[in-house]
Design a protein around this ligand. Structure first.
Ligand code: 5AD
Ligand code: SF4
Length: 529
């Protein structure tokens, strides 16, 4: 995917008090990486595929006993928080959990930096530019902290899980009061308290990765679509990817907890849920007491009265027949599958440790198409992986054509410190990588435009999400296949699924007209489908 499309779709716990810094006697400016390494001594695991295989599953504990400590229950009254989220849907959803906890403490949300008493940067580590943006933002916040010394600045998310990042913040960014990891969100109340009363920067990054916290409060953004975690972590260890280190080992939520959450969302009137996980179709493989996999979960979702169920992200290697059979039932299980391929070259796929070949990916696509003839496939692709040859890149181009992806998120490979690929020799210049990305984007755009063209004159079902960002007189929503549709219609249809006739197809969006004759317009002016 390119910018145009993006725009369109718009531990060891370090101990009790985490005030370790003050317990050391050297001034901060003289400290070295070793001085900070204790924060991670028994927890930080440099990426290592051999070690990954030794991740123990029996450790998984599910906690149902979250509560805000008595002394923190009204701590946020009269105060405001702002959470800035970077990166993926997992982070978006974690931010909803942080917001939920803060609101239970009495905090109110704000979008204005100057009004905030607490600013949390929920960070992403997937590529270098994501990290650079966060460091830029940390720099900007310095002035605000000088103006308002009471302001608490926190850094959370995937960047916090990396030792080098934490060290850099501790050494160079004294304005940051609190750093906490992706496994410490449930400790937010205690951490805020520590940050407030400690004179030193507070760091809590656990790598105790086996736990699941069930009853954390959530302040969801919007009342139409909701994220639902089904599993956490990733054990795939693709050689370019930092996620298995920042998100820990794979662990699945119990089916009954997921089903209850989705039923509750349906009862609240949500129209669409997205089942979330780094590797959703590994779901259930860690259960020792039950035989219940991703396909079984999809079957149970199929029975729930919620109009739309999506999932992201599946791994081609784990896409089994049970899941395909479930998806083939249709109903609320939508016929759009985002299936990251990363490369079309077997040699690159092998060096990426993707555990499938071009041929097996194509065979999976064939099976999916056979079971779900109308399926739309989209993907993720990395160009410029170390030593990628022109021929290997062209194999990616030909695969994109062969599968007929309707859209793709495309990335230039970004070396992530500590991952196996970062140590690989790379003879491809940035200029060549950029040129390959451009060629790939041209092909993806062409296929996207062609796939959109076929909708002209057709009627599609649109879940109306709100006003278009560009024009408040225009409504915007998504089709079942996740295409953006802009159309004129009454605001009363926001939150509903309506029929829209497509009049004009653009590369990344469709324009249309609401079809009122399929809906009954009642006296209240509302359209009832
Ligand atoms: N460099 C570039 N892209 C990456 N991705 C993951 N790690 C990297 C990296 N180091 C891409 C993959 C993945 C998507 C979420 O981000 O394509 O599917
Ligand atoms: Fe990263 Fe996805 Fe590979 Fe896991 S499966 S290591 S999250 S790219």
């Amino acid at each position: 995917m390119n910018e145009e499309q993006r725009l369109e779709m718009s531990k060891v716990r370090t101990g009790e008090s985490v005030d370790k810094k003050s317990s050391q006697d050297k001034p901060l400016s003289e400290k070295t990486t070793e001085d900070f390494a204790h924060y991670f001594q028994t927890t930080y695991q440099p990426p290592d595929i051999r070690k990954a295989r030794k991740r123990y599953r029996e450790d998984i504990e599910v906690h149902y006993d979250f509560s805000i400590p008595e002394q923190m229950k009204t701590f946020g009254v009269g105060k405001k928080f702002l959470i800035r989220t970077y990166g993926c849907q997992m982070n978006e959803h974690d931010s909803e959990t942080m917001a939920g906890i803060l609101m239970e403490m009495g905090y109110e949300a704000t979008t204005v930096d100057e009004e905030a008493d607490l600013i949390i940067l929920n960070t992403c580590a997937i590529r270098e530019n994501a990290e650079n943006r966060v460091f830029g933002e940390i720099g900007h916040l310095k002035a605000l902290k000088i103006e308002n010394p009471e302001l608490i600045i926190a850094v959370a998310g995937c960047m916090s899980q990396q030792e080098t990042v934490v060290n850099r913040i501790l050494e160079k960014h004294q304005q940051v009061d609190l750093i906490f990891g992706t496994h410490n969100i449930h400790r937010l109340p205690q951490l805020i308290q520590e940050a407030m009363f400690s004179k030193a920067q507070v760091v809590e990054v656990w790598s105790k990765e086996g736990d699941i916290y069930e009853n954390l409060p959530k302040a969801r953004q919007g009342r139409i679509k909701a994220w639902v975690n089904i599993m956490y972590g990733c054990d795939k260890f693709c050689t370019y990817c930092i996620v298995p280190m920042t998100r820990g080992k794979e662990r699945s939520r119990r089916p009954e907890d997921i089903i209850q959450e989705v039923r509750h969302l349906a009862a609240q009137g949500y129209k669409e849920i997205t089942l979330l996980g780094q590797n959703v179709n590994s779901y259930g493989k860690d259960f020792e007491d039950i035989d219940y996999l991703f396909g079984d979960l999809l079957n149970d979702m199929h029975k729930i009265d919620i109009p739309r169920v999506r999932f992201m992200t599946p791994h081609p290697r784990d896409f089994d027949d049970r899941a395909i059979e479930a998806l083939a039932k249709g109903g609320n299980l939508l016929d759009h599958i985002h299936l990251p391929v990363q490369s079309g070259s077997n040699e690159i796929l092998r060096r990426m440790n993707r555990k499938y070949t071009r041929e097996s990916y194509l065979e999976l696509v064939r099976k999916i198409r056979e079971a779900i003839p109308n399926v739309t496939l989209t993907t993720d692709i990395i160009v410029g992986f170390p030593n990628e040859t022109e021929e290997q890149f062209e194999e990616t181009m030909s695969l994109v054509e062969e599968v007929g992806f309707e859209s793709a998120y495309t990335f230039i490979y970004s070396p992530r410190e500590g991952t196996p690929a970062a140590a690989m020799e790379d003879n491809v210049s940035m200029e060549v990588k950029k040129e390959r990305l451009q060629r790939l984007n041209e092909l993806v755009n062409k296929q996207a435009a062609e796939s959109m063209k076929q909708y002209e004159g057709k009627v599609v079902k649109v879940l109306v999400e709100g006003e278009s960002k560009r024009d408040p007189n225009v409504l915007s929503g998504y089709t079942e296949k996740n295409k953006v549709v802009n159309f004129k219609g009454p605001k009363s249809v926001i939150g509903q699924i309506v029929d829209v006739k497509i009049t004009d197809a653009k590369t990344w969006s469709l324009d249309g007209e609401i079809v009122t004759n399929t809906a009954e317009v009642k006296e209240d002016g509302k359209i009832h489908s």
